[in-house]
Design a protein around this ligand. Structure first.
Ligand code: GDP
Ligand code: MG
Length: 367
């Protein structure tokens, strides 16, 4: 029977999951394999889905609840992809504030859909900026201890921990991060990668190709702490049409939105876990990101195009009240638009605190 290799890559908000999956998808497709990607969020209008589709990948989306709480939809989304492309590989990106995915996603796939899937090693990305501060138990991480608990639990259930953004780290910084991981998780395999440059991907691909009994590290986890930690994040997904009388640079506009929000959040202060925006118009697209207060706003995928109108999606996950987040997003998108003599029409905005995770399944005895 044709079996699908299920590769899920976890990690905190802004760790580099989507960038990693896009690079892996490209690699597997170049090998002649059929690949489907499944994205996930608590609400609709995902930057990730739009970006991955714009890059030409086959993407299914589970929106409205995380994989663990909407397991059946994860499986039906995989089935939909299967009916179109007969995938050899499914790449899945869970929500960056989720953990306990071994017990609630991997083990249910293994135990309920054993004949259809092969489970690859579960790799979890450590985000250097927040990761270092959390693992050092530093105060002033921008997150409460409960939100920090989630980041720690995420790497605890990994078969393989990935230190991403190796392109930005000195040898010393990478060694320090590795030592911090090993202080928490002695003997856990750690790999340094850069999803941006592709460094370390040969080893990652070798790792992911292994057959074996992976995805078995079921967590001992306190769901009250986990739920409280998640609920401390303000979540916002907005879609906005921006129209001007004259042409403007799409890339400058996207970067301006993120820079204005970075500054506004620093004034509150409120720590951004991940703030991203995509602008789409007539097949062109650009993406801008902010992943922490200590990183610069960056144009991660330039469109290199001038437009008079653009559909913009903003996804923000910030340690603050969702109403405040919505106020700031509306204000600064409107101001960035006014700067280029454009009008911003907010079409749909969802802002909220994530609800308590209530997994569909929780299988604590590994198969
Ligand atoms: N410099 C650098 N930037 C990266 C790397 N991986 C991801 N990024 C950037 O980090 C931001 C968040 O990445 P993304 O893949 O969206 O993170 P996700 O939230 O985990 O899916 C984007 O701006 C990426 O371009 C990397 O290895 N090096
Ligand atoms: Mg992502």
């Amino acid at each position: 029977m044709h079996q699908i290799r299920y590769i899920m890559v976890g990690g905190f908000l802004g760790a580099g999951k989507t960038t990693t999956l896009a690079r892996l998808a490209k690699h597997y497709m170049q090998q002649g394999l059929n690949v489907g990607i499944v994205t996930n969020d608590q609400a609709d209008d995902l930057v990730d889905t739009n970006m991955l589709r714009s890059l030409g990948f086959e993407v299914g989306e589970v929106a409205g609840a995380c994989f663990c709480c909407n397991f059946d939809e994860l499986m039906s989304t995989v089935q939909q992809i299967s009916s179109k492309t007969r995938p050899d590989i499914i790449l899945a990106e869970p929500v960056g504030s989720c953990t306990d995915l071994v017990a609630t996603v991997i083990q249910p796939i293994k135990q309920l859909f054993d004949a259809e899937f092969v489970i690859a090693p579960y790799a979890v990305i450590l985000k250097p900026s927040h990761g270092r501060r959390v693992l050092q138990n530093e105060s002033g991480t921008g997150f409460s201890p409960k939100a920090a608990y989630i980041l720690k639990k995420q790497i605890e259930e990994a078969d393989l921990v990935l230190i991403n953004r190796a392109d930005e780290l000195t040898q010393e910084q990478a060694t320090e991060l590795e030592a911090l991981i090993h202080a928490h998780l002695p003997d856990r395999p750690v790999l340094r990668i850069s999803a941006k440059t592709g460094d370390g991907f040969d080893s990652l691909i070798e790792w992911l190709a292994q057959d074996g009994d992976f995805g078995r590290r079921v967590l001992d986890i306190d769901y009250d702490t986990y739920a409280d930690g998640e609920a401390e994040l303000g979540w916002l997904n907005s879609s906005v049409r921006v129209v001007s009388e004259s042409e403007f640079s799409l890339d400058d506009f996207l970067l301006d939105v993120v820079e204005r929000l970075k500054q506004a959040l620093a004034e509150v202060p409120a720590e951004a876990a991940h703030l991203k925006t995509i602008g789409l118009w007539e097949g062109f697209f650009g993406v801008a990101n902010l992943i922490s207060s200590e990183n610069a706003a960056e144009l991660s995928l330039p469109s290199n195009c001038q437009v008079k109108a653009v559909d913009v999606i903003v996804n923000a996950r910030v340690a603050c009240d969702p109403e405040l987040l919505e106020t700031l997003v509306r204000k600064h998108v409107a101001e960035a638009a006014a700067e280029i003599n454009a009008a911003a029409e907010f079409r749909r905005t969802q802002s909220f605190k994530p609800g308590r995770p209530e997994p569909t399944h929780r299988l604590s005895a590994p198969a």
